[in-house]
Design a protein. Structure first.
Length: 396
């Protein structure tokens, strides 16, 4: 057997697992609960299953895999849900015949909690996702490279505001521990109506930054600096980017100063409105809509596993925390969901599998209820099949 490149799996939200190291306990788990049963290859289609045929005290397990060929030194994670999720991380040691393999058991684990929702396998075409909306570029608070859409919008609004203000700067935050760093942490607007009035450094109302508290005993010195710089009034408004998953990211700030007359509070409101408008434009220019069907492998009350084979989408989604999509039950109207990406798996042939947690749905009343009703029907079908299988096994 030749060594082959392995698949890459990234767990973004790991299960709370109890790792089992006692050989006797491992043997009991395998020989009592798993021997002779099917197990599945993690992050692959449920049809890619193997049968666990046994284990020994040397940490070796034996499987039969008629459909899936394994390669020497390939690492494989096998799992099964028996009330709780059970996982075996292994490495292929040898081939023992047609479809038979000997694996070294690297790690065994069992989830501390039972799975909350039944995972329902899906026949191709029964359900799918479509109209996938996601960000082209990842926007976060630690960006080293600023996306073009951000630069363009900052420059556009800075030019517009310069027509009516003495000093304007719109920029991303730097890395210095200065006033802008404090504004970034607080997420509040700073408003100093009159730099020579000590009361102006205190917030006039909730939601404004307390500059007097930050300056403390340095307030008088700061007033003198403003006087020397001939600055009469100052406003700093944070620009907060809201991601697809409703995460707030401090992206930058709008900074204006007046050297002629005090600025009114209405100017703060105008700048806050400009910041919101700017964020909307950045989000619109950074959002892509891909109108393609993508396959759903299984779904549950909490989420689903989907296959992404569209090249452009793979490039976008593997870098994102989540995305918005339309979910279709065959023959029904779509349900719009926002999904958090909890795991990614990139196979050796470039196919991307996502573990998606449902985080929210559109505002249309009854959509989540319709999704749950459909799942309940599918769960009853699965349960009936399991009961019939148990009866058949009992009659043999």
């Amino acid at each position: 057997m030749n060594e082959q490149p392995v698949d890459r799996t990234v767990e973004r939200n790991k299960r709370e697992m109890e790792q089992i190291s006692d050989p006797k306990r491992i043997n009991h788990l395998i020989n009592t609960h798993l021997k002779g049963k099917s197990m599945y290859l993690k992050e692959m289609d449920h049809s890619a299953e193997v049968r666990l045929t046994g284990a020994d005290e040397l940490g070796r397990i034996f499987i039969h895999s008629p459909a899936r060929e394994f390669h020497l030194n390939e690492e494989a994670t096998l799992f099964r849900i028996l009330g709780r999720y059970i996982e075996l991380k292994c490495r292929v040691m040898a081939r023992k015949g047609e479809g038979a393999y000997q694996l070294e058991l690297l790690q065994a684990g069992i989830a501390r909690k039972e799975r909350k929702a039944m995972r329902i396998p899906v026949r191709e075409g029964e359900v799918y996702i479509h109209n996938i909306r996601t960000s082209k570029n990842k926007v976060d608070a630690t960006m080293f490279t600023i996306p073009t859409s951000v630069k363009v919008n900052f420059a556009t609004y800075e030019h517009r505001l310069k027509q009516s203000q003495d000093y304007v700067k719109i920029d991303v935050y730097g890395r210095r521990g200065d006033l802008f760093s404090e504004i970034r942490k607080a997420g509040l607007s700073l408003f100093v109506a009159d730099t020579q009035n000590p009361d102006s450094y205190k917030p006039e109302m909730p939601g404004l930054f307390d500059y007097a508290a930050l300056l403390g005993g340095d307030l008088t010195a700061r007033m003198m600096e403003y006087k020397q710089e001939k600055i009469v009034s100052e406003i700093i408004v944070p620009i907060v980017y809201i991601t697809h998953d409703q995460t707030s990211i401090p992206l930058g700030y709008i900074h204006i100063q007046s050297r002629t007359e005090p600025l009114p509070f209405d100017t703060v409101l105008e700048l806050q409105a400009a910041a919101f408008e700017m964020v909307d434009r950045i989000r619109d220019s950074n959002t892509v809509l891909v109108k393609v069907h993508q396959r759903v492998l299984d779904n549950s009350r909490g989420g689903m596993k989907v296959i992404i084979d569209h090249e452009e989408l793979k490039d976008y989604l593997i870098r994102q925390k989540g995305f918005t999509f339309d979910f279709f039950f065959k023959g029904q109207a779509p349900i719009t969901f926002y999904g958090l990406i909890r795991s990614t798996h990139l196979s050796r042939d470039g196919e991307l599998t996502l573990g998606v947690q449902l985080s929210g749905t559109s505002a249309r009343e009854g959509e989540m209820r319709r999704y749950m009703d459909n799942l309940q029907t599918q769960e009853r079908v699965i349960q009936r099949r399991l009961e019939q299988r148990k009866k058949m096994m009992g009659n043999k």
